[in-house]
Each structure stands twice: as C-alpha cells, then as structure tokens.
Design a protein around this ligand. Structure first.
Ligand code: PLP
Length: 363
C-alpha cells in the first residue's frame, strides 16, 4: 500500500479488478526479489527451474480447485477471452456444422459474431430486446449442435447463470471470465471453460483455458500453430514465451483461494457479500436493481436510481469517499459494484452506509 494515500480506496472496478491484498504484496516482493534469488521474477527465463515450479503449481492448483478429471487440460494462453471467441470456433466448428449460442449480453454477442466465419451459428435464445435484463430459459437445444456456447456471468448487465441448462450430449463451452473460481463448477458438464484472468484471478495478460481433449482434431481446416489448442497441450503452454507474471500472480490468487477454503467457501462468501448490497438496493427508496431477481449476479451488482438526475450526485459522493470504479459500463450507465472474490465484506458495508447517508440527506 502506498503510505502517502491517507484515504482507504474501495475498488469496485469491473476489470482489471481487485486482488487480495496479500497477493499484491507478494507480487511486489517477487518483482523486487523473487524467492531471495536476487533476481526479479520479470527477468527469469521461462524455461528455468524457478518458473517451471510456478507453472506446475498454477496448473496443479487449477486442477485441484476445479477438481478436474484427467481428460481435461489446463492451458495458459494470451489474447484475452476475446481471442477465445474466435479460436474456439476455429478449433471446434467445421464449416458445414452448427453451433448454438445463448445471447445474454455484449460479450456473448461478440462471441457469436466471432464464430460466424467458421461455421453455422444458431442463436438459441436472446434477451437483447429487454436490454439483457434476464437469462433466457426454456429454449430448445438441438442434439445435432457441435457445441453450445454460454456466458456464465454477464459482466456489463449484472446477470449470472445460477442453473446451467441440461445440454445432454452436446458439449458446452463457457466463457467464465467474470466468475471464474468464484464458485464450484461441475466441470464434467462442460467441454471447455475459458476466462480472461483480469476479472477475478490476476492481472490482464493470461487467459485460462480448460478443455476436454477428445473435442480436438475433428475439423478439416488448417489451424495456425499458435491458435491450435493442441500446440498448447503438447508443449504445456510453453511453445512460445507465456505471460509469466500474470500466471505467477494468478497462481498466488489460487493459493489464497485454497487457504480461504476453496471454491465452496468462496461461493458462500460471495453469496453473503452480494446479499448485503442487494438488500440495501431493494430497501433504499432512492435505488433500484436493473435485472430479474433470480438472475442477479453475485459478481457485478448493477443498479440505478429512481430519479436518474441524482446519479451524478451519488457518483460524486461515492468517489469523494474513496469508492473507485462504481460507474456502470459506458453502454448502460447507472452504477455497477463489482464485488469479486477479493472484495472484503467491509468495503460492501462501506458502500451500503454511503447509500443510506445519501438517502437521508435527500430527506
Ligand atoms: C471482460 C470480459 C470479456 C473480454 O475479455 P478480454 O480478456 O478483455 O478479451 C469476455 N467475456 C466476459 C464475460 C468478460 O467479462
């Protein structure tokens, strides 16, 4: 922590986002002097023993926390979730095949557009016409689909899938960027999971990919070597230089999650935290939630004010008091409190107290 900053800053930013304070401290130490080696982690070879140990531990922790079956691989890639949008289709969808997509927000719709050049894309359901205020249900999943693509948490709109659809034998691909490692996942129900690290796990720069091996090698096209999942499996994500520092910090966060009791404990903790804030949004006469109650996200809590002309005033008040990153996404406005794994309940209570104080001042 910077000793010249007197006021505590509460970081509600959507991403890059809050990380555990202990992880920030340890990362800073590793940049200065990694494990007392006299060298910075930034200047070590990615093929040396120190970083080999880091990559091995990051892989082992991912396997342990997610309880990965042995036919799943863990890959550390770059290019963000946005690159997975198209390389997932490039690796898995042939040009005469059809993939199903659920359109639940901006990121989902970008995934849809990115897949179109590679095969047929069928949008099974969409909540676009009601500004993505709920997760569609009751849609039909054709058995002939090559895969079904879902977005587990819609970072911009503040909705989250709390019950995954039963896709039968159709492999499910899921963009878990903004709730990765926030709750237990029954991995066997997915063919592939991917997540940009910068929402809930580490700094920007690494993208985690979990994939079931038997899905690969079934398309006709030639895949460039750096975009082929099989390259990353074969070379253990070391075909070229991986994003060393983001992997290291993500590994530290996973150590922290394990110490906190793993994903079951995380889920409990996150539920408790989100409840504090949603309760206030529902009780406070100035504020209101934007999305269907049953689909509310435990990660990104979006809200507006009944009198929208008060929003700039509350935004200024929250900022003056040390709340960072509370503004809603530029496409939707209002407020968004991102309360990922590392967000302490005390910061959420602090925001709730500000909402009450502001409400009192309005009389
Ligand atoms: C932020 C986000 C993305 C985009 O991630 P990049 O790593 O910046 O490409 C994709 N999907 C979801 C759900 C996100 O929250």
């Amino acid at each position: 922590m910077n000793p010249t900053v007197a006021m505590k800053i509460h970081n509600f930013s959507a991403g890059p986002a809050i990380l555990p304070a202990s992880v920030i401290r340890e990362s800073a130490q590793a940049v200065a002097n990694f494990n007392n080696s006299g060298l910075s982690i930034l200047e070590l070879s990615h093929r040396g023993p120190e970083l080999t140990a880091v990559f091995n531990e990051a892989t082992a922790l991912t396997r342990e926390l997610l309880q990965l079956p042995s036919d799943y691989e863990v890959l550390f890639m770059t290019g963000g979730a946005s690159t997975q949008f198209f390389i997932a289709a490039m690796n898995l969808l042939d040009k005469d095949e059809t993939a199903g997509y659920l359109d639940t927000g901006t990121w989902a719709s970008k995934a849809i557009e990115a897949a179109r050049p590679f095969g047929h894309v069928q949008v099974l359901a969409s909540s676009k016409s009601t500004t993505y205020d709920h997760i569609p249900t009751g849609y039909y999943i054709p058995k002939s689909l090559k895969y079904l693509h879902l977005t587990s948490n819609n970072t911009i709109y503040g909705t989250q899938i709390h019950e995954y659809p039963d896709a039968g034998q159709v492999p499910v691909l899921c963009d878990m960027s903004s709730d990765f490692m926030s709750r237990p996942v029954d991995v066997k129900r997915f063919g592939m999971i991917y997540a940009g690290a910068q929402k809930n796990l580490g700094p920007a720069g690494v993208t985690m990919v979990i994939i079931r091996k038997d899905l690969l090698g079934k398309v006709d096209r030639k895949i460039p070597v750096m975009l082929d999942y099989r390259t990353f499996i074969k070379e253990k994500s070391l075909y070229n230089t991986p994003p060393v520092f983001p992997i290291y910090v993500s590994m530290l966060t996973m150590r922290w999650i394990k110490e906190m009791g793993g994903l079951t404990a995380m889920a409990k903790h996150n539920e408790m935290k989100a409840n504090i804030l949603y309760k206030e949004i529902d009780a406070n006469p100035l504020f209101k939630g934007n999305v269907a109650v049953q689909d509310r996200s435990l990660m990104n809590v979006c809200f507006t004010m009944h009198d929208r002309s008060l929003e700039p005033k509350f935004a200024a008040f929250a900022k003056e008091n040390g709340c960072n990153g509370l503004e809603g996404h530029r496409s939707v406005g209002g407020f968004r409190a991102s309360i990922y794994n590392a967000m302490p309940p005390s910061s959420i209570q602090f925001l709730v107290d500000l909402m009450r104080e502001f409400s009192k001042k309005q009389g």
